[in-house]
Structure formats: C-alpha cells, structure tokens
Design a protein around this ligand. Structure first.
Ligand code: SF4
Ligand code: SF4
Length: 173
C-alpha cells in the first residue's frame, strides 16, 4: 500500500527536497538581481531543453537524457529561457531582490489571449488553488516566438507555493 507521500509524489506534488529539485541558497537569492531559476523536475524522463536552452551553462550537461536537472547557480542570470522552453512547466525564475517583502515570480504561460502588463492574475499553487490575486508586472518573450513568461509579484512568503498563473477576465472570472 503506497504511503500518502508516495501518492502525492506520483501525482506530481512535491513534498520535501529530491534530486531534480533545484533551489538556490537563500543568502545569495535575496541579493541576486533578476532572480534565479527554480526547477522542480524529480522524475527521470527523456527530456533536456532546460540544459540546451540555457545560454550560460547554468543547467549542467545531462550524462543521460533521462537524468534530472542540476544547476550551477554561479552561472544563472535569471534570463528565463529555460522557463520558456521547458515542456513540463517545471522551471521558474524567482526574483527576491525586486522589492523588499515581495517575490517577482516569472512563470510559464501557454494560454491565449496574449497576457498584457497590468492584467489581473490569480497565482496558483501546485494543486491549482488560487492563493493570491496579483497584477502582471512584465510579459517576457525570451525567444520572440510567442512563448511567454509572465512576471507577477507575490508576498515573499508565497515564493515556494505559487507555481502557475491564470489571467482573470475583465468580468472577474
Ligand atoms: S534562467 Fe537563464 S541562465 Fe538561469 S538556468 Fe534558466 S536559462 Fe540558464
Ligand atoms: S526541460 Fe523541464 S521537464 Fe525537461 S528535464 Fe528540464 S526541467 Fe525537466
């Protein structure tokens, strides 16, 4: 009989640290302008665009295509290319130096219509629950190919739980 933790893990809900979960050291993170990547990809799957899209080599080479990602944080510029390229929506850039008390979350966004700065957006946790309503601060398009990365500010205590964004329609839905 699988444990509750195992059931959650097999459903893609992460609890605790595992190989493939890449998080910077807090001490460096709070000072780093433009943010650092956070990766949550603990499953061994044949996939490596996080590595191939990274212009600085911060996502280390995969010895086997099924390896889980590893990050050299000394090389991460927070450019968000890996966020745009990851097919599993498992890469995020989190900027803790944006404003004191806030985390600027740079999250993948694959829906239409094109998100715009100033739009209201629900910030969702890993289970899809809206945990904060924010406004889009920036819309990035790292490869200029209509794959967007949306930056939304959230209170810093939500930096480990917000993992997706849903634009709110003008009628509030
Ligand atoms: S944010 Fe940019 S530099 Fe950092 S790991 Fe991703 S692609 Fe590499
Ligand atoms: S591109 Fe995304 S899904 Fe693929 S290995 Fe990297 S983090 Fe995992």
């Amino acid at each position: 009989m699988p444990t509750f933790e195992e059931l959650l893990y097999c459903s893609g809900v992460l609890r605790g640290m595992r190989p493939g979960v890449c998080v910077p050291e807090e001490e460096d993170w709070i000072r780093k302008r433009n943010g650092y990547v956070v990766i949550e990809c603990p499953q061994r799957i044949p996939c490596n665009p996080c590595h191939t899209s990274c212009p600085t080599g911060a996502v280390l080479p995969f010895e086997d295509i099924n390896d889980v990602p590893r990050v050299d944080y000394s090389k991460c510029t927070g450019c968000t290319r890996c966020v745009a390229r990851c097919p599993g929506l498992a890469c995020f850039v989190v900027d803790l130096a944006w404003k004191e008390g806030w985390a600027l979350m740079k999250l993948p966004y694959e829906m239409l219509p094109k998100p715009q700065k100033g739009m209201e957006a629900d910030c969702l946790d890993r289970e899809g629950n809206a945990v904060y309503r924010s406004r889009i601060e920036q819309v990035l398009e790292p490869f200029k190919d209509r794959t967007y990365v949306v930056a939304v500010p959230v209170p810093v205590e939500l930096k480990d739980s917000v993992r997706a964004v849903r634009v709110v329609n003008s009628d509030g839905r």
